[in-house]
Design a protein around this ligand. Structure first.
Ligand SMILES: CC(C)(COP(=O)(O)OP(=O)(O)OC[C@H]1O[C@@H](n2cnc3c(N)ncnc32)[C@H](O)[C@@H]1OP(=O)(O)O)[C@@H](O)C(=O)NCCC(=O)NCCS
Length: 160
């Protein structure tokens, strides 16, 4: 029922509390990295949200630029009650579409969800392909790169 009336759209400023609540609830277990209202406000145009028929937010994803050609997929999260309905896959595709439209050549993600990323056209990549990721996260939250089972995935993008 829910999935018939959802849509993935750019985030609005008023979505920030809800999308942060969604992303940050998974940060304690290390699945996502906690984000601040300042980060979300500064990156608002990089977020996409999955909106239900009532306007609530069931999921989110964002891009975080590393260079004019490389961008990271971050803050992928779906509400617990809506897991397993294909929304995670749709949000990854929305991030791929946005990154492609913006002209990036490569999209990467660091995640435990191997199957999800592999089935979305990503390939395993060594994290040291992205030295900037390592230095950036050492400043923010080094657990992001210390967690053993988290893997790095990358997808090459081609212009539409
Ligand atoms: C990861 C997450 C976004 C997936 O969302 P979802 O809407 O449940 O995913 P989908 O329904 O689109 O699942 C797509 C496929 O991936 C699989 N999958 C989803 N999450 C998975 C996981 N954590 N591990 C293994 N497989 C997973 C599903 O079984 C499904 O496979 P199928 O199509 O063969 O049945 C969601 O579980 C979530 O919010 N998790 C907590 C935050 C998180 O881990 N974020 C990822 C950070 S990169």
């Amino acid at each position: 029922m829910i999935h018939l009336s959802t849509r993935i759209v750019p985030a609005h400023e008023t979505d920030i509390p809800q999308l942060l609540s969604l992303n940050n609830r998974y940060a304690e277990s290390g699945l996502t990295l906690a984000r601040t209202p300042e980060f979300a406000a500064n990156h608002l145009s990089d977020y996409r949200v999955l909106r239900d028929a009532q306007g609530g937010i069931l999921g989110c994803v964002a891009l975080d630029e590393y260079s004019p050609s490389v961008v990271e997929l971050i803050s992928l999260a779906v509400d617990e009650d809506a897991h397993g309905l294909g929304y995670g896959r749709q949000l990854i595709q929305a991030a791929v579409d946005l990154a492609t439209a913006r002209g990036y050549k490569e999209l990467f993600a660091v995640s435990y969800s191997d199957e999800l990323f592999l089935s979305a056209g990503f390939e395993r990549a060594p994290l040291d392909t992205y030295p900037e990721k390592i230095s950036r996260y050492l400043k923010v939250d080094k657990t992001e790169i210390e967690v053993g089972q988290k893997h790095c995935f990358a997808r090459k993008l081609t212009a539409p």
